[in-house]
Design a protein around this ligand. Sequence first.
Ligand SMILES: Nc1ncnc2c1ncn2[C@@H]1O[C@H](COP(=O)(O)OP(=O)(O)O)[C@@H](O)[C@H]1O
Ligand SMILES: [Mg+2]
Length: 226
Amino acid sequence: MDNIITAKNICKSYKIGEDSQVVLRDVSIDFPKGSFTCIMGASGSGKSSLLYILSGLDAYDTGEVYFNGSRLPDFSKENDKELSKIRCNNFSFIFQFYNLLHALTVEENIYLPLLLAKKDVKDYTDKINRLLEAVGLTDKRNKKISTLSGGEQQRVSIIRALVAETEVIFADEPTGNLDYDNSNKVIDLLVELSKKYDKTVILATHDHEVAKRGDKILTLKNGILI
Ligand SMILES: Nc1ncnc2c1ncn2[C@@H]1O[C@H](COP(=O)(O)OP(=O)(O)O)[C@@H](O)[C@H]1O
Ligand SMILES: [Mg+2]
């Protein structure tokens, strides 16, 4: 199987004044196309840092990240435009606190990445209708995000990630703010729909029950990925 993302020998540290904290030590990993990989680890183990590096959202000290066989440009001011374009066209994000725009409606939030990628939203109406139906949110379509529960908001961000024609979905603690039932519901949807739409999912969680749902579980400990 082809690898869509590959990281080679990634080292990452944060400098705080004189001190430096090493977060990732020589992390190498392949993500096959269409796979669902869970990255586990305690809080502070570096899961978010790794996700940000893999998705071109943060810098690292040494190593290389490849997307579809091409080196992802380093995170820097000069590469900002190029990296934004790669992210916009290829990566979607689901975050713990949903990162939806509260003043906008469900539908408007789903449209946003399409508009940013200069796509015609009319071409996506059927797909959005099907996905809203699948997650039980058809009647909330024109409601403001601020009126939705946490579980409903996370289902909207799953749709947002699935509608955009990006191959990779990065999910950082997507169930971290949800109760048990909603957490199960959200993860069920993510597993089912990512397979159906053939997405590659890279999910960080500290929750073993959630991680078990992936094809593969990797654990970060002391900066090393096992
Ligand atoms: N911007 C930053 N500056 C300094 N230290 C940071 C920064 N971001 C994260 N860290 C530290 O790096 C470690 C790993 O953080 P993080 O990647 O967020 O872990 P996780 O997502 O597993 O909780 C933590 O000790 C955290 O405090
Ligand atoms: Mg984190």
